[in-house]
Design a protein around this ligand. Sequence first.
Ligand SMILES: *Cc1c(COP(=O)(O)O)cnc(C)c1O
Length: 374
Amino acid sequence: MKVEFYGHVRQYRNLQKEIDANVQKVLLSGQYVMGPMLKQFEGELAAYHGMKYAVGVGNGTDAIWLVLMALGIGPGDEVITHPNTFFATAEAIWIAGATAAFVDCDSKTKCIDPARIEAAITPKTKAIIPVHLYGQCADMPAIKKIADKHKLHLIEDNAQAIGAHGPSFKVGHLSDAATTSFIIQKNLGTFGDGGAVVTNNPQIDERIRKFRNHGSNARNVHSFGFNSRLDDLHAGILSAKLKCIDSWNDLRRKWADRFTAGLKDCRHIDLPVELPGYRHVFHLYVVETKQPAQRDPLLKFLNDAGIDAKTHYSIAIHQQAGYPWGKGARAAGSLTNAERNSASCISLPMYPELTEEEADYVIAKVKEWDRAQA
Ligand SMILES: *Cc1c(COP(=O)(O)O)cnc(C)c1O
């Protein structure tokens, strides 16, 4: 049996009528960039978050660094984040010209550990970027308390957790802005690239609207900016898909429950932790082998059995040879939890369109491997 890692084509088939209708609407409208469909989707996205503003941009990386730019954060400034995230979180800080200060993650949730943030703060620190990693929100109330105490900006990298929330907070509500990515593999993804910023701050909204469009919000009038727009075809596809995001996330949670119930007696792996009161939307279902040395053998065992398991992320950012150390980044304290995570993580196939047969085959194969260990 083969189990793919993604279900993009299945998802398209299930929603083909609605997606095709929006694509055709855009094609026949004659307006493809900064047109009415983008405006419509931005309104829907802001409403979905319960926020005042949503601005579509080219991708999730641009979304982060455009917020940094809008807040005036750049060379000479430091931004705190954690190193066991997708490379782009740190890359965005580097693009803005600022320095990333890496703080370790919590050993259970893999999100940034709030208890380690204060020790990383210096007079140069301007912002904290928690990542809602794998689909579960970071501990925003604790992080917000620190940000307020030290007068720091707070930007949520929500590329992986659209639709997630905490026990008493929603994404975007405790920060200056939240960013997201619409690349196809995200929980809300288009057939290509896209991203957005949601915020209640009119100045951030207005600045990013100009930045993304060559510094212009009136014909022929420019300040320096960039070209980073979400085009109307993608906005139309995303508008059709946004209506399904809650039910898709419910299905992800259902498969996660099935994996967790099926794998709970395994002795050689740890399962993902959902904190009480949190809605984890399982962008990824990440298990960890008890011993880092077991990770690659388990991955190979699953791949050989036709299961397209992957790693997210097998090299922590501070261990990437390609990261611009020195001016570009520094380690703030030990990063052993992040290093362990990079050495022992495996993501099982996870998407709404999985079948029971596929999920149970994955469970059976992981158990088979687990039983065969000493
Ligand atoms: C995907 C992702 C990004 C970047 O998004 P792109 O649209 O690929 O630029 C940033 N941060 C995290 C945590 C991501 O998962």
